[in-house]
Design a binder for this molecule. Sequence first.
Ligand SMILES: [Zn+2]
Length: 266
Amino acid sequence: MAIKYIDIHSHLQISEYDSDREVVLMRMREAGVGTIVVGVDYESSRQAVELAEKNENIYACIGLHPKDNTTEVFDTEAYRKLVQNPKVVAVGECGLDFFRLEGDSGKVEEIKAQQKKLFIQQINLAIEMDNPLMLHCRDAYREVLDILIPYKKQAGEKLRGNVHFFAGDVATAREFIQLGFTVSFTGVITFARNYDEVIRSIPLESILSETDAPFVAPVPYRGKRNEPAYVTEVVKKLAEIRGEDVEKFRIQLLENARRVFGVALL
Ligand SMILES: [Zn+2]
């Protein structure tokens, strides 16, 4: 099938889709949508790879999220084996998430240190395997940049990737772009206006579309379970905010995804 739109971040492997995954996949094929299915721990990463192996318009991203599974100990060797699968196109989602950290101040510092350790293990894996990173970053843009900047000096082009669900300001976006990262936006941009300025300021080659499905469905599906086929609404809205021709913009987004993740345009 020909991919016309790419949703670079979804969680199509999770149980929310167990009852009707085939129908969701069919809607994707009908709309010409491809997606990168993102793992948040070992099990969901393995399932992402499995789904990618069965569907030509699906790719996988494997990694351990900073918050979603705090009991898992990162097993580099196990993840290294997953990365070697040809349908794995990135390492993540990984990063730092300092949003509403619970506990007393001592505990918060401990959690932050643990998140940083886990993030660094995955940066090292991505550089070693020459894979882009899929970054999850919440209330911690400065801290993430401070970790990445020294790595850029030693790893050069091998350090690269995308900042998923970007919610930072224009200056922060520029810093990530300088480091060789793109930024991606979800369906939130169809109903929240506080992303418009940053969306307009980003160079055309540094922007990507995503759904983060099953979360944050775009208008007109707002409040419902999200799915990769709805990325078409995100692309339309991004083009509208930027004042671009939708068709040209759509093609540019495919080219960006191909450059960053090496996904084949079938
Ligand atoms: Zn996600």
